[in-house]
Design a protein around this ligand. Structure first.
Ligand code: VGL
Ligand code: ZN
Length: 203
């Protein structure tokens, strides 16, 4: 069984959002087309409390994109984004959500960030996404969404570690940093994942 994971296709990661990913909107038509080819579609949603420690606004004299040590973990500081209940946290209205069977929210603990849809960045607490997928007899995980070098990458890495076959759909992702995304893709391939194009699924 194959599952499509739609990673964080939320207003704040789209043009005019608080943490806009360059060309982020281009993933939406592809994500919509891809869904028809999967029996199971799952979405993740970045879902932070207002006082989340990944926000530079929560630290004195810090700017977005500064890097700090947060309880022993390296943490990039972000503009306030995907605050629970805000319009920025909503999925894009252009994204078809009808086929989405479940939504896994992450980043809900103010003290730790969570790029992956599976675990927090300290790999301590699970979202139960892995158990959910196994419960649905999923063996192959396909990923699309934002941002390619953060939440897609960390989700892909965890999916591999959880024993799923992993396919990162390159043209259905956009990164914050192209250089970071290139390294991320190389790392996924080195760990046994595949980087593919949507045309290999859509035809
Ligand atoms: C993300 C940075 C902070 C993402 C989420 O979805 O890639 N990036 N929070
Ligand atoms: Zn976030």
């Amino acid at each position: 069984m194959k599952a499509l994971l739609l990673i964080d296709i939320q207003n704040d990661f789209l043009p005019s959002g608080a943490l806009a990913v360059p060309e982020g909107g281009q993933v939406i038509p592809i994500a919509n087309q891809l869904q028809q080819h999967f029996d199971l579609v799952v979405a993740t949603q970045d879902w932070h409390p207002q006082n989340h420690k990944s926000f530079s606004s929560q630290h004195t004299a810090k700017q977005p994109f500064d890097v700090i040590d947060l309880y022993g973990l390296e943490q990039v500081l972000w503009p306030d984004h995907c605050v629970q209940g805000s319009v920025g946290a909503e999925f894009s209205k252009e994204l078809n959500m009808h086929k989405v069977a479940a939504i896994f929210r992450k980043g809900t603990n103010a003290e730790v960030d969570s790029y992956s849809g599976f675990y927090d960045n300290g790999h301590r607490i699970s979202t139960a996404l892995s158990d959910y997928l196994r419960g649905k007899a999923v063996t192959e995980v396909y990923l699309a969404g934002l941002a390619g070098d953060y939440c897609v990458y960390f989700s892909a890495k965890d999916a591999l570690q959880e024993g799923f076959a992993v396919y990162l759909i390159d043209d259905a992702c956009r990164p914050i940093s192209p250089e970071g995304y290139q390294k991320a893709k190389e790392d996924i391939v080195s760990k046994g994942g595949k980087v593919i194009n949507s045309s290999e699924i859509i035809g």
